[in-house]
Design a protein around this ligand. Structure first.
Ligand SMILES: *Cc1c(COP(=O)(O)O)cnc(C)c1O
Length: 369
């Protein structure tokens, strides 16, 4: 199979699509289903291989037979973006690219900054000014990326970085780069090796992840990795829901506190719509209040601290069960895309602040009573 990519340098790769598990840890175990240029060692931080956790209490709350959460916050920089970045940066290095860039709502920049550091390549990231979560900003800065705040939203930052890469100044590693989506296929490969769910639910921002999942199902079926054909389901926030109706309606001023999905013009809109339609899935949109309620439940009832966008699938699933779109007999996997520690500021929306005491036992007992 020939594989073509036109992001800041044309690339054609011969990929070998047979499923042959390798000894590698994490997602490079799927190397035979990933595009690679040569035998050069991957730029890796041992991403992938994340937990799939059964959640019985939340299954009852959402109203389905079986529920598991794929904990993508366990990746090296705390989100699924690392899956795409290890593949994208490996190939960028093999191709001799000298500088990397992306626009980001936060996690892509944290991830690219880390893999750029690992590869020894300079990274520039364009983020919407004042709209990225504290932990994500800290990561990008710590990894030494040049962080540029753009006066505008993600959509403006994206358009700017596309212009920059078109002139050949930098190699673009946003999710419109198909190499990223190739790496992100491994999320579904792992789910399908471990289980055969009826449905997999994603938060949808740029739509890259759900598109990658669609490709992964087709390849898993074609190569003998799995026969399962889960229905892919996307959840958006009410204030940033350009795809939630099942067709594309761009949103000019996207708004939600789930910053990772605060996107009004998804770069993978068509692919994401096709992924949901062709697998018989569905879309849902949920309010920020529902997102925070779901985030609190994941933390309090199952011990899973996820960022707001990653809680949207649970809120969306419950809505889809209530409206009869999702059947109560289904087994469902929710993709918890990012770690809660990336966005500590939102926790005060549903948790009380710490208590305080003088350093003696009677005072402590008073505070505890
Ligand atoms: C990037 C991201 C998303 C959105 O994924 P898309 O592939 O853009 O649809 C959702 N949640 C988190 C935590 C993310 O980092």
């Amino acid at each position: 199979m020939r594989y073509r990519c036109e992001c800041g340098g044309l690339l054609e790769v011969e990929a070998d699509w047979r499923w042959r598990p390798t000894e590698a840890r994490g997602l490079w175990r799927y190397r035979s289903l990933l595009p690679t240029l040569d035998e050069a060692p991957p730029v890796t931080l041992q991403e992938g291989g994340t937990p799939l956790v059964r959640c019985e209490r939340l299954a009852a709350w959402a109203g389905v037979r079986e529920l598991s959460v794929k904990v993508e916050g366990a990746n090296p920089t705390g989100s699924f973006k690392d899956r795409g970045m290890t593949v994208g940066v490996t190939l960028a290095r093999s191709l001799g690219m000298k500088a990397l860039a992306c626009a980001s709502t936060g996690n892509t920049s944290a991830s690219l900054a880390a893999y750029g550091a690992r590869a020894g390549l300079p990274v520039s990231v364009l983020v919407p000014a004042g709209k990225i979560a504290a932990g994500k900003m800290a990561q990008a800065l710590a990894f030494g990326a040049k962080v540029i705040e753009v006066e505008g939203g993600f959509d403006e930052a994206m358009s700017l970085v596309e212009q920059l890469s078109a002139d050949g100044h930098v190699y673009l590693l946003n999710s419109l780069n198909p190499l990223r989506l190739e790496g992100q296929k491994t999320l579904l490969f792992e789910v399908l090796e471990a289980a055969s769910p009826d449905r997999v639910v994603f938060p949808v921002g740029n739509g890259g992840n759900v598109s990658a999942a669609h490709k992964a199902i087709r390849e898993a079926n074609a190569t003998g990795l799995s026969r399962a054909t889960p229905m892919l389901t996307g959840v958006q926030a009410e204030g940033a829901a350009p795809l939630a109706s099942g067709s594309y309606h761009p949103v000019d001023k996207a708004e939600t506190l789930a910053t990772a999905i605060r996107i009004g013009r998804p770069v993978n809109a068509d692919k994401a719509l096709r992924a949901v339609k062709e697998t018989g899935g569905a879309f849902a949109k949920v309010s920020d209040a529902e997102i925070f309620d779901a985030q609190r439940r994941l933390a309090r009832e199952e011990g899973l601290f996820v960022e707001p966008a990653s809680a949207a699938p649970l809120a969306g699933l419950r809505r889809l069960v209530e409206s009869g779109v999702v059947d109560r007999s289904e087994s469902v996997v929710l993709v918890a895309t990012g770690n809660g520690m990336k966005d500590p500021d939102v926790v005060s929306r549903y948790a009380s602040p710490p208590l305080r005491t003088k350093a003696d036992l009677p005072s402590l007992l008073k505070v505890l009573s």
